[in-house]
Design a protein. Structure first.
Lengths: 152, 285
């Protein structure tokens, strides 16, 4: 076991973990933050995307020990105040999710861009989610939602 | 699947890391960004008994100018190098690597040390005559990228050595560069490995003749390769449609691609010819 100190959604944790524990599994199994999904576990699908020190990262491609002394933000934090995030509102309005499995990863890949206040066109929205696969293939409505949320 | 158990070491100095490598050698894998190593461990293609995490070593996190070179330490993530290294061909290559989420973790030196034959970073460093600085308790070696890269996922790094930095000769401001790649998915940053990628750089004299040309290809052989005969066809030459076509043809003849699920040998050769021609046309424009 290895000691790891990290902050998740503003809460500091001191945990002992097996080094082979993936960050995605620490979030889901140790902290109960099951919003973060595991799809492929090889970095291809983006379902496990979280923010590491504010930047999107694959939680399936990081050992929990690599998050030592770092800040992790997960999809749960987007609506921490009780109100859904503007991007979540836009996805709901545009029917931008079907089965919903890819949605947390999409949200976390996009959250820093939306929060930067920079308006996105359709090409920029597509590029921003190029690393996130939706196997329901509902990309059009996701792009609609992203473009609108970026302009609010 | 989940990775097999391993012993985790997190040295805080290069010296500690080198001592750990000297002790564990073949049993150890170096963990930097982990964007290639961790998927391989998740799939149990790789199961190193010891993992040496070098990302807690402050002295490896630097980008600096030394003499006429830009030196990028092994702790520098691709996103940082993209923004701060100021090496145009490397910046262009990095934009094709994975997705932002991958580049936020993955390192420049890690991509080089991993030596995927389809990876962009080794091709860019090869085209720029980059050098790799490797260190062990036995001392330091500086190898040209062309000597460092050996074959599929194989480099000249010995098991007790750590890649500590890459050095990239700065080159004149007038140097022009081009980086082009073909991927299974269309678009800009698709995140796919290159089916074939071409990294090229050139300098021209006042009459427009090429005084220096370098052309490197990824995905076209067991490692990133320089198309040196094609380069020599153009060096000193007027860049005409005919001379560029001849050089691209030579580059495609010299590569030795293999078949996989994305493309067969002949298609990769075709892509090598087309991308080399387009890159050279950009340099000549």
């Amino acid at each position: 076991m290895t000691a790891v100190s990290l902050t998740v959604n503003g809460i500091a944790y001191e945990l002992d973990v097996p080094p082979r524990l993936l960050l995605a599994d620490l979030l889901r199994e140790r902290l109960g933050l099951t919003g973060t999904k595991i799809g492929c576990a090889m970095g291809a699908c983006g379902a496990c995307t979280v923010l590491l020190d504010g930047e999107p990262a694959r939680a399936c491609l990081l050992f929990a020990v690599q998050a030592h002394d770092r800040h992790v933000r997960t999809v749960e934090d987007l609506s921490a105040g009780g109100e859904p995030h503007p991007l979540q509102v836009a996805l709901r309005e545009h029917h931008g999710l079907q089965c919903g499995y890819c949605t947390p990863g999409m949200l976390m890949a996009l959250a820093p861009l939306i929060e930067s206040g920079q308006p996105l066109d359709r090409d920029a929205a597509r590029e921003a989610i190029a690393g996130n696969l939706c196997r329901c293939t509902g990309y059009e409505t996701i792009v609609d939602a992203v473009v609108e949320a970026s302009r609010r | 699947m989940k990775p097999t158990a391993f012993e985790y070491l997190a040295p805080e100095t290069v010296e500690e890391a080198l001592n750990a490598l000297a002790e564990h050698g073949e049993d150890a894998a170096v963990l930097a960004g982990g964007q290639s190593l961790v998927p391989m461990m998740n799939l149990r293609i790789s199961a190193p008994p010891v993992l040496i995490d070098i990302m807690r070593i402050p002295e490896l996190r630097f980008i600096r100018r030394e003499d006429e070179s830009v030196v990028i330490g092994a702790g520098v993530r691709m996103t940082q190098a993209e923004g701060e290294a100021g090496v145009p061909l490397l910046t262009a290559a990095l934009r094709h690597v994975g997705h932002p989420a991958i580049r936020n973790c993955g390192t420049v030196c890690g991509s080089l040390a991993h030596a995927d034959p389809a990876a962009e970073v080794p091709a860019a460093l090869l085209a720029l005559d980059g050098q790799v600085v490797v260190r062990s308790v036995r001392g330091e070696r500086i190898l040209p990228a062309d000597e460092f890269l050996r074959s599929y996922f194989t480099t000249a790094r010995e098991p007790d050595e750590l890649v500590v930095a890459v050095r990239i000769p700065a080159g004149p401001d007038s140097r022009r560069v081009a980086f082009l790649e073909a991927t299974p998915r269309l678009g800009g940053s698709t995140g796919e490995f290159a089916t074939v990628a071409v990294a090229a750089a050139a300098e021209r004299d006042e009459a427009g003749r090429f005084t220096h040309v370098s052309l490197a290809l990824a995905g076209a052989a067991e490692r990133a390769v320089r198309a040196r005969e094609a380069e020599s066809l153009l060096t000193g030459a007027e860049p005409t449609a005919a001379s560029i076509d001849a050089a691209a043809e030579q580059a495609a003849t010299a590569v030795d691609p293999s078949d996989d699920i994305h493309a067969d040998r002949e298609y990769r050769r075709h892509l090598s010819r087309v991308l080399a021609r387009r890159a050279l046309q950009e340099l000549a424009a």
